[in-house]
Design a protein around this ligand. Structure first.
Ligand SMILES: Cc1cc2nc3c(=O)[nH]c(=O)nc-3n(C[C@H](O)[C@H](O)[C@H](O)COP(=O)(O)OP(=O)(O)OC[C@H]3O[C@@H](n4cnc5c(N)ncnc54)[C@H](O)[C@@H]3O)c2cc1C
Ligand code: SF4
Length: 489
């Protein structure tokens, strides 16, 4: 902290890792909530976290509730910031000459990533290479110069389907207790909505995600004690009666800056060393945070601000349907999609495989506009941020960059969903059927997607087998025609 300066902290910088002592400024700007429709649980969490932080800091913090940042910031020359997390916020602070300190909140820093990326020359920036380099540089899960357990990757032990006939994993998480700040937030949101200054979607409450550092640490301990051991094997499993499975629910507190991801990773490694969690789970969890989370953060800057707008390799232009924009499960028959959208409506959250293989897969098959989808994910998820989305949505899930982030599209039919979940048993459609009244829209949609993009995907060696199977389909034309006409899904 530079003497005489006030540190302006953003809503992604609310934990003690961003506080070096000294005077703090927090701004609650209504315009942030008014840009586009936002999930009500997300608006609630952001406001609750900011207001809790202001109360914790007491007289050390100036807390402004205004319409926009410029009202408070313009004309001041005493401010410093820790580099913020979006292109627009970085532009805003630099344009005003505000002192900028290096970013925090990730396991690796931007300089190290820049050096690593430069050292790769023209080679692809693969997650697996970044992840191994990170492990060596940080010593996380290392035994000397070798990876703990002798292998870098335990994916073969993970990705199991859910236990047969189980309605839930029985690993219900700890939940925060709301207080007077949450009551005030709820009534403010009611008022802002009725005035028409914000457009909120979905349900708000009870609050399920940590809004303070104390709550975040409680959520972390609960995960380490009760779910980390099963995290690995059920990482990709889905059960309609269990919306949290063995996941950590820590993305929101980490993205609010309430937890230091390095400390989270170290705490998981300590459970391994104490014999309290298996290596496949701990490695899988470390890979998600120090691997994927850091990797997509660095790619956000590396790929550039125009990466989303310039990426539409599959020429996808379909607008998002009302069932998505209004989070209305009543408009959806497909059980997997209906349950996922319903979970989003209730919580502003879905777990990874629902995001990738249900929502993302569906959007990919139906050619939803990638930028509109990217913005929808930012606005509708409690953990949605501008930096996390481009690599995940534009790159990984929609293949809109033609293969920079993922070597092939994450498209699959109902067989995958059937294997990894219990959704299909009570669905009106049949995952094995591609033609007729019972045809599963994911199964038939998969073939229609391949048909529509055949010529572009033919350039991708990894799609050879799928395209060969498409060409052998006896009813290809009928399936494609059926999906073109489909009005109920
Ligand atoms: C289409 C799509 C959209 C996504 N949107 C978001 C988002 O808005 N915000 C967000 O933080 N993550 C997002 N992710 C990544 C991941 O799905 C979520 O981080 C995770 O589901 C959050 O739940 P959790 O904390 O219980 O995670 P866990 O399953 O417990 O995983 C542990 C942590 O790993 C990190 N992580 C895992 N995978 C990723 C990833 N691909 N990218 C970044 N971090 C990762 C998260 O910080 C997460 O908390 C998205 C992934 C996809 C495919
Ligand atoms: S049958 Fe198809 S639409 Fe229904 S739940 Fe299974 S994958 Fe989803």
């Amino acid at each position: 902290m530079t003497a005489g300066r006030t540190r302006w902290l953003f809503a992604s910088q609310l934990g003690s890792q961003f506080d070096d002592g000294g005077q703090i400024m927090l701004i609650e700007a209504r315009s942030v909530f008014a840009r586009r429709p936002m999930h009500r649980a997300k608006a609630h969490l952001l406001l609750s976290a900011l207001r809790h932080r202001a109360r914790e800091l007491g007289e050390r913090a100036e807390f402004h509730r205004v319409d926009n940042y410029a009202e408070v910031v313009d004309g001041r020359d005493d401010l410093e910031v820790i580099d913020p997390t979006s292109w627009s916020a970085r532009r805003f602070v630099r344009k005003r000459g505000i002192a900028v300190l290096p970013s925090r909140g990730f396991v690796t820093n931007e300089t190290d990533f820049g050096e690593w990326a430069a050292s790769r020359g023209s080679s692809r920036l693969l997650l697996e290479d970044f992840y191994r380099d990170m492990r060596v540089r940080t010593g996380i899960l290392m035994e000397g110069s070798a990876p703990a357990g002798g292998s870098w990757n335990y994916d073969h032990d993970n990705r199991q389907p859910p236990p047969k006939n189980a309605a839930t994993l029985g690993l219900a998480p700890w939940w925060p207790t709301e207080d007077d700040i949450d009551d005030e937030v709820r009534s403010d949101l009611d008022q802002w909505s009725s005035e028409g200054s914000v457009r909120l979607v979905g349900e708000d409450g009870p609050r399920r995600f940590a809004a303070t550092e104390t709550e975040a640490n409680q959520a972390l301990s609960d995960f380490l004690d009760y779910r980390l051991a099963d995290f690995g094997r059920y990482e990709d499993a889905m059960l309609q009666g269990d919306w949290t499975m063995a996941h950590s629910l820590l993305s929101a507190p980490m993205n609010l800056g309430l937890l230091d991801p390095r400390e989270v990773v170290d705490a998981a490694e300590a459970r391994l060393r104490a014999g309290e969690a298996p290596l496949n789970s701990v490695e899988g969890f470390v890979r998600q945070i120090a691997g994927w989370r850091d990797y997509v953060w660095h790619l956000y800057w590396h790929l550039g601000e125009r990466y989303p707008a310039q990426s539409n390799y599959l020429r996808a232009t379909t607008p998002l349907p009302d069932a998505f924009t209004s989070l209305d499960p009543e408009q959806i028959t497909a059980n997997c999609l209906r349950e996922t959208i319903d979970g989003m409506r209730r919580h502003g959250w879905a777990h990874h495989i629902q995001r990738l293989m249900v929502l993302g897969n569906w959007a990919l098959q139906h050619g939803y506009d990638p930028v509109a989808l990217n913005d929808w994910f930012v606005d509708m998820f409690v953990d949605g941020t501008p930096w996390v989305m481009p690599a995940n949505v534009i790159g990984m899930s929609q293949h809109a960059d033609g293969g920079i982030v993922a070597t092939k599209p994450y498209a699959s039919g109902g067989a995958y969903i059937n294997k990894m979940s219990d959704y299909c048993g009570s669905c009106r459609f049949n995952p094995k059927v591609r033609l007729g009244d019972d045809a599963c829209p994911f199964t038939a949609g998969y073939w229609a997607f391949l048909d529509r993009n055949e010529s572009r995907l033919a350039r991708n060696g990894r799609m050879g087998q799928s395209l060969a199977a498409l060409r052998q389909l006896s009813d290809r034309e009928a399936v494609v025609d059926q999906e073109r006409r489909r009005d109920s899904w």
